[in-house]
Ligand binder design. Structure first.
Ligand SMILES: Cc1cc2nc3c(=O)[nH]c(=O)nc-3n(C[C@H](O)[C@H](O)[C@H](O)COP(=O)(O)O)c2cc1C
Length: 480
């Protein structure tokens, strides 16, 4: 059975030896963040802080900080399955004729199992707080020069102002006072898109910040699901069971019923303030930039909620593992658009938006460049700064193999493309302008005569079968 909420996730992590409880009193001001970072850099456990100074709410961090924890949370050891389910859905034909339709019913009902279901109440409606305030929540300050306290793992719910399609995105939120905060939805993200449409219509946009929920729902909020695809459905597909939702009390949004806390409010596009600095995924402080203000209008919560948080900084921290699972689960979708793609890696050290390595089964001249240009037009992959394309004999997850291919199969003048003034990640510390920078693509596939490669194509060194068998059979006698 899929995991329903954070308390159940904690139990599962604990019984797998993946979680430790800290009973010593700890401070939300820098101390908890430093403990979480040290634990992550040492491949340590998820941590539940049970005694948080000035608060009676426990704090959970590093909950997704290993592949094992993600396997437990998402209940799969093969993350590509998640994307494959979506690909299979898009291929599903609804046949004509009643008998054929009946034959398809099991498949169709499996699909409908993933839809969310609206309930009258749920764990998160146990307490309705009409006098809402951020003050009772153990929100962390994570780096010494951060502008203040930030909610770092809130799932921000909005809906498309015209189509009503629901979204969840993890965007950090800087606390200003008891009821105001700054919403850091970057320009290219769905939340910001919804906000821009509302702004054009001269409206405020309703938003809810959700803490906790099913691990699959948390994962879905980070996943780069394209606009038009309901993220609640994506969560249901991920866990093979639809999530339960409830209505907010002060705004017209549905939110996961199994959440720990729901902070309801609205974002006013005309009310903008400088956000940051904030110690970011890149390992640098992202400087101040203007973002709109969120006003808190209500809180729904469990009797005893747990505050889920995360800490970012120079890789590799918790976000790297979530990124790895996104990389694996989106591979089938990438293949749907670029069928020659064999494998794909977004190395964690490149904070997942910095660099991507793609292997392809090359059939025609220029195909590597076609693939990189295709990916630069695909959702959040558009923000990737460097792409390296290699042949399918290269393991994209082994940087030694990738560098070998780059240095033996690519000629810089012939095999690289630079495109200037393209959208880039807001967090990129090196781009000349915020949100605008250049791309470098390296075609490190073996060049062919058709690609103007006039020289002899050198043969790869490879041991012959006879020598291999001889050495295999005598290996133990060498005393090595
Ligand atoms: C811990 C963490 C913090 C994040 N903070 C932000 C943020 O402040 N702003 C942002 O735009 N994206 C942030 N992201 C990335 C988005 O969650 C991610 O791009 C997601 O796909 C956005 O969803 P959407 O555009 O589909 O709504 C963060 C991701 C993680 C894992």
């Amino acid at each position: 059975m899929p995991i329903e909420d954070i308390p159940q996730f904690i139990q599962e992590l604990e019984s797998a030896g993946e979680l430790k409880r800290v009973k010593t009193e700890v401070d939300t001001d820098l101390e908890i963040a430093e403990i979480l970072r040290r634990a992550m850099y040492a491949n340590g456990p998820a941590i539940l802080f049970e005694n948080v100074k000035g608060h009676d709410m426990p704090v959970l961090g590093n909950a997704f900080g290993s592949l094992k924890r993600l396997e437990i949370g998402l209940e799969t050891t093969d993350f590509t399955e998640i994307g494959q389910r979506i690909v299979d859905m898009t291929k599903m034909e609804i046949p004509s004729g009643i008998f054929n339709k009946i034959k398809k019913l099991p498949e169709l009902s499996k699909m409908s199992d993933s839809f969310s279901k609206l309930e009258k109440s749920g764990p998160v409606t146990e307490v309705i707080n009409d006098n809402p305030s951020f003050d009772k929540i153990p929100i962390l300050k994570t780096w010494p020069n951060d502008a203040g306290k930030f909610i770092t793992f809130g799932l921000v719910a909005t809906k498309h102002p015209e189509t009503g399609v629901r979204n969840l995105g993890v965007y950090r939120i800087q606390i200003l006072d008891s009821t105001h905060a700054i919403m850091h939805w970057q320009k290219h993200k769905r939340g910001a898109h919804h906000h821009d449409i509302s702004k054009e219509r001269g409206e405020k946009i309703e938003a809810a910040i959700i803490i906790g929920g099913e691990p699959a729902t948390v994962f879905s909020a980070v996943a780069p699901v394209p606009e038009g695809f309901d993220k609640y459905l994506f969560a249901g597909i991920t866990r093979k069971k639809g999530i339960k939702t409830v209505k907010c009390k002060t705004i017209d949004l549905q939110v996961p019923a199994n959440a720990e806390l729901v902070l309801e409010g609205y974002v006013d596009p005309t009310d903008v303030k400088d956000e940051g600095p904030f110690g970011d995924h890149t390992g640098y402080y992202t400087p101040k930039e203007p973002f709109p203000i969120f006003t808190l209008t209500g809180i729904m919560q469990r009797q005893k909620p747990i505050y889920l948080t995360t800490v970012v900084g120079k890789p590799i921290l918790e976000d790297a593992f979530i990124g790895k699972v996104i990389e694996r689960s989106f591979l089938p979708l990438i293949k749907m658009f670029q069928p020659e793609v064999v494998d794909f890696a977004m190395p964690a050290a490149g904070w997942f938006q910095g660099i991507g390595i793609i292997s392809i089964k090359k059939r025609y001249p220029g195909q590597a460049k076609k693939v990189m240009m295709g990916l630069w037009g695909l959702g959040q992959l558009a923000l990737t700064k460097f792409f390296v394309v290699v042949d399918d004999d290269v393991n994209v997850h082994d940087m030694n193999e990738v560098l070998w291919a780059v240095t033996t199969r690519a000629d810089p003048a012939r095999d690289s493309i630079i495109i200037d003034r393209t959208p880039t990640d807001t967090l990129d510390p090196s781009s000349p302008l915020v949100n605008l920078g250049s791309k470098l693509g390296i075609d490190a596939t073996q060049k062919t005569k058709e690609e103007g490669f006039e020289r002899e194509i050198q043969e790869l060194v490879k041991v012959d079968d006879a020598t291999k068998s001889l050495v295999d059979s005598r290996w133990s006698s060498y005393g090595l």
